[in-house]
Design a protein around this ligand. Structure first.
Ligand code: HEC
Ligand code: HEC
Length: 260
């Protein structure tokens, strides 16, 4: 009897371990890179999901540009599909790709939905309304317990629709209030798209970044790409314009003297 119990326990415990390890999401060690994900996507996925992510090259392939579908998905669901495949469909397992590559390709998948215009608009909304608590870098530095959008173990399992609901309704009993009356529906979606970019290491914005003034150490020379400032085109233009102005002022001064 004792040995049977031992076997039953062994099977129970080992199946628990197998089930939990199959469901556990193996988060990346560092934030995924869109740039690296793009190459992985083009060589492994574009054949079915299309270069633009719209699923156009294989009938039934997921369309990552479809807002209604993607707002109800999340990075953990994507990771599971890429790692294990979707049984009974053409979507096979890509577990042969290193874990880092699977996360990088996920970062790239989101760019099909997060268009640059919306993300830029979202950034302006964020800097004005949210950065005070969630931090300029989205890491929650600014207010105790403010959500950290850069931490994949917190963010990867959140759908865009969840963020949108929190932003619309607020989270009762916390500092997170409702923004329904401050921001239009479109503005709230733009803010959510920007929040999502904090998951990646390299979503760059062409708009000038607000940075602290740099203090140059005394040992390094200021850099003017190898030239002194007056040797550059801009510097030359400044000299010409100031010389012209000086001559003009001198001329006015002499004319003034003559007229007396
Ligand atoms: C042979 C064609 C094919 C290739 C290659 C392929 N996919 Fe898919 N993929 C599909 C199909 C078909 C589906 C939809 C399955 C279904 O019906 O749910 C899908 C679904 C998915 C989903 C699930 C989305 C969701 O939330 O349900 C993800 C994520 C995904 N693919 C990512 C990738 C990535 C990343 C690659 C490359 C590493 C890739 N796929 C390569 C055909 C393919
Ligand atoms: C006064 C500080 C404060 C401001 C301002 C603020 N938040 Fe929050 N936010 C919080 C806190 C605190 C939480 C965590 C609440 C909790 O305990 O679940 C949070 C949670 C969230 C969540 C939920 C994350 C999740 O799924 O659990 C989202 C989304 C969010 N904030 C977005 C925003 C956006 C977008 C703005 C600007 C429009 C904003 N917040 C402004 C403090 C703030």
């Amino acid at each position: 009897m004792g040995s049977i119990n031992w076997k039953v326990y062994f099977i129970l415990i080992s199946s628990c371990i197998i089930i939990s390890s199959a469901n556990a999401i193996d988060y990346p060690d560092e934030r995924p890179s869109i740039e690296s994900g793009k190459n992985i996507y083009l060589s492994n996925c574009a054949g079915c999901h299309g270069e633009k992510g719209d699923g156009s090259t294989f009938s039934g392939a997921f369309n990552f540009t479809n807002s209604e579908k993607i707002i109800n998905s999340n990075s953990s669901i994507f990771f599971d599909a890429i790692t294990n495949g979707i049984p009974g469909t053409a979507m096979s397992s890509f577990s042969k790709l290193p874990k880092k590559d699977r996360w990088d390709v996920i970062a790239y998948l989101w760019t099909f939905w997060i268009d640059r215009q919306s993300a830029e608009n979202g950034k302006m909304i964020y800097v004005k309304n949210c950065a005070g608590c969630h931090g300029m870098l989205g890491n929650g530095y600014g207010f105790p317990e403010a959500f950290d959008f850069t931490n994949l173990s917190q963010t990867a399992s959140k759908q865009p629709s969840v963020f949108f609901d929190r932003l619309t309704q607020g989270i009762p009993g916390t500092a997170m209030r409702s923004y329904k009356s401050d921001l239009t529906e479109n503005e709230r979606w733009d803010a959510v798209k920007y929040l999502f970019t904090f998951q990646f290491s390299d979503y760059q914005f062409p708009v000038p970044q607000i940075t602290q003034p740099q203090i140059t150490p005394a040992t390094t020379k200021p850099q003017y790409s190898g030239k002194e400032w007056y040797n550059t085109t801009g510097g030359g233009a400044i000299i010409l314009v100031s010389a012209g102005l000086a001559i003009f002022i001198l001329y006015l001064f002499i004319r003034g003297l003559k007229e007396r």
